[in-house]
Design a protein around this ligand. Structure first.
Ligand code: GLC
Length: 455
C-alpha cells in the first residue's frame, strides 16, 4: 500500500506484528551528558514533580541527560558540580573533545552482544537529545556550533552490529527541544511550554535529519520526543518512512503546539508512557520506558538502592507484557560506551530468565484478563499464544502447592512449568485451581506455567 501525506492515509497503518511480538527493546541515552554523568539524587519521575513542584524538580532534575538545562538554572546543584569539577570558566561544550576521545575505545559489537544476551529484540538509540549534539556524521551540521557531532558514526556502527545479531534498530530524536538553538533553561511550567524551537531554519534542520536518518540507516521506529515544531506537515515524514519501510512504527510524541496554545496530535501507532505501568489491558499498543535507576543518562552518583533489582525488573516486565505493553529498558553507558556493571547485571539476569521463560513472553498476546492472585496473595499474570495459556507466578510458592483464585481450565489440560518440562498434577476445586509444585523448583523472580489447551 502506498501512503499519502494525510492523517486518513497514515491512520490505516497497523502496528506490525514484529513490534507486538518483540516485547523487549533497549533504549540508549549516551552523549555529552555521559561525560559529567551527574544529576541530583533523591527525586523520581513522575511522582516528585507533583510532590516538590516543577521549579524545585527542574533544579534538582534526576535525569542526567538534562545536565545542560539544569546547568543553566541559577544555583542548581549541577552548577555547583560543574564549577567544582571542571572549573569556573568551563562550559558544556567543553565535553565535546572529552566525549570524542572517550568513544575511540567503544566496541559496538560488544555493546550489541550485551543487548542480545539480555534478550532484547530491538534497540532505540538517542541520535540527538535535547542538548542538540548529534551521534552521526550529518550532512546537516549544527548552524550554531562548530563540530557539534560525534567523530564516530555511532548510529551507523551500532545499526550494523545490532542488525548483524538479528535485532531491529530504531532512532530517538528530540524534535521540538534543541538547546543549541535556545539558551534559556526550562525552569518552571511556563518555560517548558515555550522552550521548543519553531523557526523555519530549525524546522528545515530537524526534517532534514529525520530524512537523512531514514535514508542512511533504515530505522524501524521513528521515536520522536517532546513534540515536533508546528507549521510543518509531519505526515510527509510519516508517509516517506512507511512507504520506504512498511514494517516501520511511529511513536506518539509528535504533538505540535502552536503559539496560540492550539495543540495538534498526529497519528501514532503506539503510546510511550514513562516510568508508568497500568492496571488493565490497554487496547492501544504501548511501550513503557524507564531507566534501570532514576535517570536515562548515566548518573555515576546513583547507588544500588536507586536501581531496580533484577527481580523487580523481571516482575515489572511480565506485568507490562500481560497488559499489551512492550518494555523499552534504558541503559546509560559511560562516556566511553561501557555499560556500568550494575546495569549490566540487571540485563544479564533478565536474559538468563528469558532463556527459560521467553516462550511465555515473545510472540504472546494478552489473555482475557491480565491479573490474578493465589489464595496466599502471590501475584499472577497471564499471556497467551495460539492454543497455549501462560500463567506467571510473581514469587516463589511457600509450600508444595499453589492455588490460583477464580481460574478455570479444561478437564484434559496439561500444565508444565517452563524450565522443567514434565507435567504437573493439578485439580480444580470449585472456582480455584490448585497446582502441585515440583520439589526441584529453582529460585526465580517469576515462574511460567504453560497450560494447554487454553481454556
Ligand atoms: C523525556 C525526557 C528525556 C528522555 C525521554 C525518554 O521526554 O525529556 O530525557 O529522553 O523522555 O522517554
Amino acid at each position: 500500500m502506498k501512503y499519502t501525506l494525510d492523517k486518513k492515509s497514515i491512520r490505516q497503518h497497523m502496528v506490525p506484528e514484529w513490534f507486538h511480538d518483540a516485547k523487549f527493546g533497549i533504549f540508549i541515552h549516551w552523549g555529552l551528558y555521559s561525560v559529567p554523568a551527574f544529576a541530583s539524587i533523591g527525586l523520581k519521575y513522575p511522582e516528585s514533580m507533583n510532590e516538590v513542584g516543577p521549579d524545585d524538580y527542574l533544579k534538582r532534575n534526576p535525569y542526567a541527560e538534562w545536565y545542560l538545562n539544569t546547568l543553566r538554572i541559577p544555583d542548581s546543584p549541577t552548577q555547583k558540580y560543574q564549577k567544582e569539577t571542571y572549573g569556573e570558566n568551563s562550559s558544556y561544550d567543553g565535553f565535546v573533545p572529552m566525549f570524542n576521545e572517550a568513544i575511540e575505545k567503544w566496541d559496538p559489537e560488544q555493546m550489541a552482544d550485551l543487548f542480545k544476551n539480555a534478550g532484547a529484540k530491538y534497540v532505540v538509540l538517542v541520535t540527538k537529545h535535547h542538548d542538540g549534539f548529534l551521534l552521526w556524521p550529518s550532512k546537516y551540521p549544527n548552524p550554531n556550533k562548530k563540530n557539534y557531532m560525534a567523530n564516530r558514526d555511532i548510529a551507523g556502527e551500532l545499526t550494523d552490529a545490532v542488525k548483524n545479531k538479528g535485532m531491529k534498530m530504531a532512532f530517538y530524536y528530540s524534535g521540538s527541544l534543541d538547546w543549541s538553538f535556545n539558551p534559556n533553561p526550562i525552569k518552571d511550567a511556563a518555560s517548558f511550554l515555550t522552550n521548543g524551537i519553531s523557526t523555519p531554519e530549525y524546522i528545515e534542520y530537524a526534517n532534514s535529519h529525520w530524512y537523512e536518518l531514514i535514508d542512511r540507516y533504515g530505522p524501524l521506529i521513528l521515536w520522536n520526543d517532546i513534540g515536533y515544531p508546528p507549521n510543518t506537515n509531519v505526515y510527509e515524514i510519516f508517509a516517506y518512512f512507511l512507504n520506504k519501510i512498511p514494517e516501520g512504527v511511529i511513536n506518539d510524541r509528535w504533538v505540535q503546539t502552536y503559539e496560540d496554545g492550539k495543540r495538534i496530535t498526529p497519528h501514532s501507532d503506539y503510546k510511550t508512557p514513562e516510568y508508568i505501568t497500568y492496571k488493565t489491558i490497554k487496547k492501544k499498543k504501548w511501550e513503557t520506558t524507564r531507566g534501570i535507576g532514576n535517570s536515562f543518562g548515566y548518573n555515576k552518583f546513583e547507588k544500588e538502592e536507586d536501581y531496580m533489582t533484577p527481580e523487580e525488573l523481571i516482575r515489572m516486565f511480565v506485568d507490562v507484557v500481560s497488559k499489551n505493553g512492550n518494555l523499552l529498558l534504558n541503559v546509560g553507558p559511560m562516556a566511553d560506551g561501557t555499560i556500568p556493571e550494575i546495569q549490566k547485571k540487571c540485563l544479564l539476569e533478565l536474559g538468563k530468565w528469558l532463556e527459560v521463560n521467553g516462550e511465555a513472553i515473545y510472540g504472546t498476546r494478552p489473555w482475557e484478563y491480565p491479573e490474578g492472585k493465589t489464595i496466599d496473595n502471590i501475584e499472577v499474570r497471564y499471556t497467551q499464544k495460539k492454543e497455549t495459556l501462560y500463567a506467571f507466578l510473581l514469587d516463589k510458592p511457600k509450600g508444595d502447592r499453589i492455588t490460583i483464585q477464580s481460574f478455570f481450565i479444561e478437564k484434559n489440560s496439561k500444565i508444565q512449568l517452563l524450565g522443567l518440562g514434565k507435567s504437573l498434577d493439578w485439580n480444580q476445586e470449585g472456582e480455584n485451581l490448585t497446582i502441585l509444585i515440583p520439589e526441584n523448583m529453582i529460585d526465580a523472580p517469576a515462574y511460567a506455567f504453560k497450560i494447554t489447551p487454553k481454556t
